[in-house]
Structure formats: C-alpha cells, structure tokens
Design a protein around this ligand. Structure first.
Ligand code: ADP
Length: 441
C-alpha cells in the first residue's frame, strides 16, 4: 500500500513539475514579448516626437547590427531610410505584415526568425501623420534560446524540487499509513485506536466480525467437548457390559439383562447422533437447502398428536388439539420435527394425569401443566446440551438438543419462539411465523 501511494505521489509530483516548468516558460515568454513590443512602441513614439528619423536620414547615420533598427518607409512601401544599411535599394516593404497592420490599424507588430543568427526579430510599425511608416526592430532571443540558456538552472531546480517533494511524499505516506498499521495490530481494542474517523465504521465491522468468530470458535469448541462427553458415557457402558458377556463373567440371566442395557445405550447413541446430524444439517442449511412448500400446521399437529398418543398414554398424559387450519410456506419435515419435539418435551416433563394442549391459531402453542422451568434457567433452555435436571432428561431419553433444534428450525423459517413457564404450574412454547410465510385464503 505504502509503495503504491509513493508511486502515485511520484507521478503527481512529476506531472506537476512538468506542468509548472512548461506553463512558466509559456507565460514568461508572453510577458517577455509584451515587454519587448511595449519598449519598441515607446521608442517609436519618442523617435516620432523628436523627428529623429529625418535627422538620422539627413546625417546618414548607420547603427551597428546589435542596436535597434529604425526603418522609415514611404506610404507606397519603398524604404526611405534604414539604420542598418546605406543601400537604399531595399525591397518594397508594403507587403510586410507589420506594415499592412499599421496601414489598417495605425500600428502593427510581427516576429520573424533571422536566417543568419537564428534569433527572433521583433518588428513594431506605426503610421505617422504624413502617411509614412516608422518601423523599429529589435533582435531578441526566442523561447528556445531563452530556455536553452536557462536549462542548467531549470534542471537543477527541477531535480532539487523533485527530491524535496519525494522526501515530503515519503514522510506523508508514512504518516498516512501509520494509523492503518496500528489499527491492524490493535483490532481487539478499537476504542483505544487513534485512527481516521472515516475508518471507524470499517474497524467496528471488523471488530464485531472478529468477536463473532471468536464466539463461534468457542461455541464449536464447547459443542465438540460436550458431544465427546455425551458419546463417551453410553459407549463406556456398552464396552463394560459387552466385556462382561464376552469374558463369560455374566450368568445367562445377567447376560440378557446386560444385552438389554447395551441395546438401551446403543439406542441412546443413535438418538444423540441423529440430533447432532440434524443440528449440523440445520447449521449448513441456514434457509438455503430447505424444501419449502405450502403446509397446513393444523394437519401436521393432528398427525403429530396421533404419533405421540401411545407415549402420552404410557405416561398417563392426555393430549388435545384446538384451533383452526393455518396454512403457511414451510419445510414440512422440519415443522413435524418441531411439533414432535415440543410435544415430546411437554409429555416427558409432566406429571401423571397431566395435560398437553396444542393450539393452532395464527401461531402455534404447545402448553402443558407439567413441572415447569425455573425462572433462572429459562434463558438457557435453548442452548445445546443444557438441561435443567440432567438425570430426568437422561432417564426419559433426552439428549439436551431438542429445544436447540426447535429454535434452529424456527430461525431458518424466520419465526419467533418464546417461552412462558412457571415451576410446578406448567410451560407454554409459542411459535409466531412472519406474515410473509402465512398463506391467507
Ligand atoms: P432434553 O433432551 O433434555 O429434553 P431439550 O433441549 O428438549 O433437551 O430441553 C432442554 C431442557 O429444558 C430439558 O432438559 C428440560 O429441563 C427443559 N424443558 C424442555 N421442555 C420442557 C417442558 N415442557 N417442561 C419443563 N421443562 C422443559
């Protein structure tokens, strides 16, 4: 970045120096021209006022060639007097641009390149009262001569200013880049950063993304540790019981009992792995791989109730469904999963003779009059592997992932899930779908 900024500075400096030198040359040559013509005009006026031309002609004065040249030209263009030559047979001057201009406007000027010296000759002519023309000429350097002479100094000044600007540019670049470098090394404390205010939104964004990444890494790490721990317990049981059977240490009766234990633990492992897979699928899907279709939540709830009925009966719990048809765009399998998870919990965390009410209105509510969730734990029940009562959860086949899956399903459908619970009174989970998902007939 610093290299690029330096290169850009260099380019800007080079262009500015070139433009400055060039425009100074043009402007100063224009000023020089103006100055020369203004001198020639003043001299012509003085010569005219003092009748110098006539006197010089009469006295036959010839001036050296580096002096001003005075020419007196008759109205027809013939040369009456020229201070450079005695030879009166000079060409007719009526076609000379400065004379033509003077004839038209009273005065005229022109610059011509001298063949012999290569210098510019500045001509200034004015019409006199008697209709003759007075022309003053001066040989002076042209723009290239002037600049050729000034070239060594110009080059020296250019090189020095270039070097100076380069030094300033590199200091500026360093000063410009320093806060950005400091920012890169100090991302964790953006409030302590002394950087450009324009960069603050960018820094805050990076900072929040940085924090988010750390949070996610921590969650993943905790999840992996929890998964390993959850898998270890049933595996250890399976290994222990099967060893007892394999070594013949268990009697025939015990072997059957141990085999049942192995079966239970294997089932538990399967449930756990299923839940983990489901969560990771939901993580990956994030709304993209869903198969969204029109579903009737009331119908799904009725189907779920049918499925759960035997389990409820076994626990002495009665199930009931109320409400009306609610059609919406959703993933049918995930909706069933959500309904069954909520119903399953409402049955498992209930008391004998308890009730579970499923209600479908413009929202879905699963309510029970079971053991309830203590206030202090209500915030955490949607966390992965969080259980209020670990042994009760395990005894009833819970994995601690059910509500995490429910919450995830709600999220991928942009639905909102809330919980209302009181210990020993009951719990209600309520899912509200966004208006955009509802199909109104
Ligand atoms: P689990 O597999 O342990 O049931 P969940 O994620 O489904 O895991 O639920 C997390 C915890 O929330 C449960 O362990 C339980 O303590 C509590 N819980 C969930 N649903 C209910 C409910 N309907 N009534 C009382 N407690 C509940």
């Amino acid at each position: 970045m610093a290299k690029k900024i330096n290169l850009n500075f260099l380019l800007v400096i080079a262009i500015s120096i070139f433009l400055t030198v060039f425009s100074t040359a043009v402007v100063s040559y224009q000023l020089f021209k103006q100055e020369v013509f203004s001198d020639l005009s003043s001299f012509a006026e003085m010569t005219d006022n003092l009748n110098l031309t006539e006197q010089m002609k009469d006295q036959g004065i010839i001036m050296p060639e580096n002096e001003l040249r005075i020419t007196w030209i008759a109205g027809d263009g013939s040369v009456l007097y020229d201070s450079y030559t005695k030879d009166a047979a000079l060409d007719n001057h009526s076609e000379r641009p400065e004379i033509m201009q003077a004839r038209k406007n009273g005065e005229g000027s022109c610059i011509r390149r001298s063949q012999t010296t290569g210098q510019d000759i500045f001509f200034y002519a004015r019409t006199m009262e008697d209709g003759t023309f007075l022309r003053i000429a001066k040989e002076a350097g042209n723009i290239w001569n002037i600049y050729r002479n000034a070239l060594p100094v110009t080059v020296l000044i250019t090189v020095l200013s270039f070097a100076f600007c380069l030094w300033i540019a590199s200091r500026l670049t360093k000063a410009f880049v320093r806060p950005i470098e400091q920012m890169a090394g100090n991302l964790s404390q953006p409030e302590q950063m002394n950087t450009y205010k324009e960069l603050m939104p960018f820094i805050s964004l990076i900072h929040s993304q940085h924090e988010e990444m750390i949070k996610h890494a921590k969650i993943r790490q905790e999840f992996t540790a929890n998964v390993s721990h959850e898998l270890k317990t049933p595996l250890a049981s399976i290994s222990g019981y099967s060893e007892l059977i394999a070594t013949g240490m268990a009697s025939k009766k015990e072997a059957r009992h141990f085999a049942a234990k192995i079966h239970d633990n294997a089932q538990r492992l399967l449930t756990l792995i299923n839940d983990i897979l489901q969560l990771s699928e939901l993580d990956a899907a994030s709304g993209q791989n869903l198969s969204i279709e029109p579903v009737d939540l009331y119908e799904l709830a009725a189907h779920c109730m049918e499925t759960m009925e035997p389990v409820a009966e076994k626990h002495g719990i009665s199930l009931s469904l109320e409400g009306t048809s609610l059609k919406l765009y959703a993933d049918k399998t995930l909706m069933e999963e959500m309904l069954c998870n909520l119903c399953d919990n409402a049955i498992r965390y209930n008391k004998k003779g308890g009730h579970v009410w499923i209600s479908v209105t413009d929202r879905l509510t699963v309510r029970d009059d079971g053991i309830g969730i203590p206030q202090k734990h209500q915030k955490r029940v949607f966390e992965r592997f969080f259980r209020v009562d670990k042994s009760r959860s395990k005894k009833t086949g819970g994995t601690g992932l059910g509500l995490a899956i429910v919450k995830h399903i709600a999220e991928v459908h942009h639905a909102d899930i809330s919980l209302d619970s009181e210990e020993n009174i009951g719990t209600a989970f309520c899912v509200r779908f966004p208006d955009s998902a509802l199909i109104r007939s």
